[in-house]
Design a protein around this ligand. Structure first.
Ligand SMILES: [Zn+2]
Length: 260
C-alpha cells in the first residue's frame, strides 16, 4: 500500500514536470505559428502585448501553486475518511477517466458561473478584455478569479475524491488545450472542425471571446467541447473571421436562469 502511494507520488511529480515542459514547448510552437499563420492580422507589437499577459502569469502561477499546495494537503488528510469515486471500486483507468471527465464538467460549470454572477464576472472580464487574443491570453486571469476558483474547486475535488495525481493529469491535458484555443493561429477550417468534435478548438473559443454578449455567453468548455453541446450553450463558429474580440458590456445578464 505504502509502495503504491510512493509510486503514485513519483508519478505525480513526473506528470507535473511533463506538464511544465509541454506548456513551454506548446507556448513556443504556437507563438511561432501565430507569426507565420495569424488568424487575425495584428498591428501592435506582440511582445508588448505578451508582457502584460506574462505579468498575469507570474502572479497567477505563484498564487495557484500556493493555494493548490494547501488544498491538496487538506485533501490528502481527508482522503482516509472519504474517497469519492474511488469508493466505486472501478478499474484504475475507469476511475481516472471518470474523475477527469467530472472535473472538466466542473470547469464548464465554474466558467458559466463566472459569466452569470456579477461578482465573478467583475474579475473574469479581465480575461475577456484582451482585444488581441493570442496564446498568452491563456495566462491572463485576475488573481482574485484564480483565488475564487481554487476555493470553489476544493469541495468539488473532495466530493469526487480527487488528489494530486488526478489534478496533475488534468492539467497535463488542460494547459496545451487552453494555449491552443486562445491562440491566433489560422488552422484550416477542416482541422479546426475535426478538433472541435472533441476539444474546444480555436474557432469555438473565438466565439466565446466575442464582444457581443450573446456570443460570449456560450462555448464555455475548457477541455472538451461536449458540455456546451450537451447543455445547450454551444454556438457553431460560422464566421469566426468577423468576430470582434473583447468586452463591450459591463454587467452580466445575471437575472437570466443558467439552465434554460
Ligand atoms: Zn469566459
Amino acid at each position: 500500500m505504502l509502495d503504491l502511494k510512493i509510486q503514485i507520488n513519483m508519478t505525480t511529480v513526473i506528470v507535473q514536470q511533463l506538464t511544465m515542459l509541454l506548456a513551454v514547448a506548446t507556448l513556443a510552437l504556437l507563438w511561432l505559428l501565430e507569426s507565420a499563420r495569424p488568424f487575425f492580422k495584428r498591428a501592435n507589437d506582440r511582445f508588448a502585448h505578451a508582457r502584460t499577459n506574462f505579468l498575469y502569469a507570474i502572479v497567477g502561477i505563484s498564487l495557484t501553486t500556493i493555494f493548490s499546495a494547501f488544498g491538496l494537503h487538506a485533501l490528502s488528510c481527508l482522503a482516509p475518511y472519504w474517497s469519492g469515486v474511488k469508493l466505486l471500486g472501478l478499474p484504475f483507468w475507469a476511475q481516472t477517466l471518470t474523475l477527469f471527465l467530472s472535473f472538466d464538467a466542473w470547469m464548464y460549470v465554474w466558467h458559466r458561473l463566472n459569466h452569470h454572477l456579477p461578482l465573478l464576472w467583475r474579475f473574469h472580464q479581465a480575461h475577456h478584455s484582451d482585444r488581441e487574443m493570442d496564446t498568452t491570453t491563456a495566462f491572463r486571469f485576475h488573481p482574485l478569479e484564480l483565488a475564487f476558483s481554487e476555493v470553489a474547486r476544493f469541495p468539488v475535488m473532495l466530493l469526487l475524491g480527487m488528489g494530486a495525481f488526478e489534478l496533475a493529469l488534468y492539467n497535463l491535458v488542460l494547459i496545451p488545450v487552453i494555449l491552443l484555443h486562445h491562440s491566433n493561429v489560422a488552422l484550416s477550417p477542416t482541422l479546426d472542425a475535426a478538433l472541435n468534435r472533441v476539444i474546444a478548438s480555436p474557432n469555438m473559443h473565438r466565439v466565446h471571446h466575442s464582444e457581443i454578449q450573446a456570443e460570449t455567453d456560450s462555448n464555455f468548455g475548457a477541455v472538451f467541447s461536449w458540455w456546451d453541446k450537451l447543455f445547450g450553450t454551444y454556438q457553431t463558429p460560422n464566421a469566426p473571421e468577423k468576430i470582434t474580440l473583447g468586452v463591450k458590456f459591463i454587467e452580466p445578464k445575471f437575472s437570466e436562469p443558467i439552465i434554460k
